[in-house]
Design a protein around this ligand. Sequence first.
Ligand code: BYC
Length: 328
Amino acid sequence: MVPNDSSAVVVSLEDQFQAKIDAEIRIEPKDWMPDAYRKTLLRQISQHAHSEIVGMLPEGVWITRAPSLKRKQILMAKVQDEAGHGLYLYAAAETLGMERDEMYEELHSGKAKYSSIFNYPSISWADVGAIGWLVDGAAILNQIPLCRNSYGPYARAMVRICKEESFHQRQGFEVLLVLANGSPEQRAMAQDAVNRWYWPSVMMFGPSDGESTHSEQSMRWKIKRFSNDELRQRFIDMVAEQIKVLGLEHPDPQLKWNEERGHYDFGPIDWDEFWNVVKGNGPCNRERLETRKKAWDEGAWVREAATAYAEKKQQRAAQTEKSPAKAA
Ligand code: BYC
């Protein structure tokens, strides 16, 4: 029997959509997609874009205080890369039908989230090293699987982002390596930064699988390829080995290799701290949003000038088309 009610037609479209996902066929902007898929992607991609833009702030404050011209150049390039990542991601989110201004409005009003990690202060030069090594290191582990996510524009944006994150992690590690092998004060500074950034980086992967509201559906849609806890474990295993090269103490006294699991066991994660930061009560949440809003307000004249220039160019082009001889 041919289904004659519209809900049956939608169900069949959803089946076809899931079959495409299961066959690893990418979904492109003009393809049919369930509204919930579009909403989930918009939420995740816009949050990701906001994280890149807000993420420029903790390191950005060290550009003027970098210890040498070379360090300043490297840090400036890294922070600019993060701005670029934000722009690719906003562009990917726009393909799902939301205007960029609306996304900014959601960030500025506190409606949209961004990564919890950027609500911690960067109080010494060693923090630049710890952010590069730990935060970008966590980001790479989370983002490499995103290069294979089911939505074309998001997956393609992630390829370049991952290449750049890889350079970021190395520069952070190298900053810490120099400090860890420097004077006792420099070594202490490196240890202190690693102690402060380690647990917030472990939390970056999101709530544990049992508490993760979106994971199950996002894995079915192949937006996520691994669960929050799987990626977190990879990060813990990676850091446990790399910290040996730095010769610093591991911030988790309960960290222990588990032969049977083939992974490191680790101490308890302070989930109260995580949710407190996510809800807007971390050490720098208010400061970060105020800085972004101020940058938006103060940049109004640049947006107006760019719009006026684009209009003028369009008018000139239209005139040339109408009367080429006069325009020449
Ligand atoms: N912070 O169901 P769940 C960078 C929220 S920036 C805040 O597991 P999902 C860099 C989550 O949104 C890289 N909130 O969610 C830049 C959800 O709340 P809503 C940033 C978090 O989406 C500059 C609720 O908790 N990377 O690399 O399935 C300098 C339940 O969670 C967090 C990305 O954005 C958090 N950490 O999984 C240096 C990667 N975690 O939305 C470096 C893309 C969870 O229902 N995003 N929440 O209100 C993802 O991969 C996923 O969205 C997550 C969370 C793994 C983060």
